[in-house]
Design a protein around this ligand. Structure first.
Ligand SMILES: Nc1ncnc2c1ncn2[C@@H]1O[C@H](COP(=O)(O)OP(=O)(O)OP(=O)(O)O)[C@@H](O)[C@H]1O
Ligand SMILES: [Mg+2]
Length: 281
């Protein structure tokens, strides 16, 4: 069996010192000791209702939140809270709000070139510009986007640019925290389609966070269901969705959106609302 790329053991995060008037009641146990692992090339989903600890877990994996307890190993080595540049490069994050990863004052080209230079991934400025243009091709955006600022783009396009930013440094693991939750259902499909193509073409390993099991069904191989900081169910997506064992999973299933199946051959800019109906017309 393949070694896991990411291995999370007994991860716990508690907010608040518990030293105030409320004592321990003032503490928030966001994550209460969870274990999971992600194999290379796999798309692993963390799902759960609001406040169940998904983002806190994602931030710990991406090095943006210090765990209170537990360990995170990556490619066989433990990740310390103070990560070196190589460890920071290897795990990249895509956020729900692409504005949090794109500097509104910089053109897309300038931002991508800066990331490539900071991580010393381009020998010259010209090489960095060339690579930035290739990244836009990869996410299905026109090269003219290099000279524009984030506000020039729609939510779905901005999210694709957020993916380009994350992929700029050739990460081994992409952590995507609700990357389509803020988008219309019709736009969600174009971003999901992009991620699915990247899985197929780059063999990308993904930790995918969502509250929507319909999205997880489209994109992921395995899923862990979180509730109140714990993993209450875990397994292959097909099994968990067809025979959920936890009440929490059944509640999430009942709330899942009605997404049409993804067609990998569709154009990323096409309207994905009703691909089935269009083809039968
Ligand atoms: N920096 C923080 N300080 C204090 N409490 C926090 C902090 N970050 C998260 N929490 C709390 O930890 C718990 C888990 O939050 P988290 O953001 O991980 O949930 P989530 O599953 O991502 O929810 P959502 O679906 O709403 O994004 C919540 O009760 C939240 O209020
Ligand atoms: Mg969250």
């Amino acid at each position: 069996m393949t070694e896991p790329l990411l291995e999370v053991r007994d991860l716990a995060v508690t907010f608040g010192s518990g030293r105030g008037w409320g004592g321990d009641r003032g503490r928030i146990h966001a994550v209460r000791g969870i274990d999971f692992s992600v194999r290379p090339g796999e798309a692993f989903a963390l799902v759960g209702e609001s406040g169940s600890g998904k983002s806190t877990t994602a931030k710990c994996v991406a090095g943006l939140q210090k765990p209170t307890r537990g360990s995170i190993s990556f490619a066989g080595s433990p990740l310390d809270p103070a990560r070196n540049r190589e460890q920071r490069r290897a795990i990249q994050m895509v956020f729900q709000d692409p504005y949090s990863s794109l500097n509104p004052r910089m053109t897309i080209g300038a931002a991508l070139v800066e990331i490539l230079r900071v991580h010393r991934l381009a020998g010259s400025r010209a090489a960095a510009v060339k690579r930035a243009a290739e990244l836009l091709d990869l996410v299905g955006m026109p090269r003219s986007a290099l000279d524009q600022r984030p506000r020039a783009f729609s939510g779905g396009q901005r999210q694709r640019l957020g993916v380009a930013r994350a992929l700029a440094v050739n990460p081994s693991l992409l952590v995507a925290d609700e990357p389509v939750s803020a988008l219309d259902v019709s736009i969600q499909a174009s971003v999901l389609l992009l991620l699915k193509r990247l899985q197929r073409d780059l063999g990308l390993t993904m930790l995918f966070i969502s509250h929507d099991l319909a999205v997880v069904r489209q994109l992921c191989d395995r899923v862990a269901v979180m509730a109140d900081g714990r993993i209450v169910e875990e397994g292959a997506v097909g099994r968990v969705l067809s025979e959920p064992s936890a009440d929490f999973t059944r509640t999430l299933l009942a709330a899942a959106t009605d997404l049409p199946p993804l067609d990998l051959d569709l154009d990323l800019d096409q309207d994905h609302r009703s691909p089935k109906r269009r083809s039968t017309r």
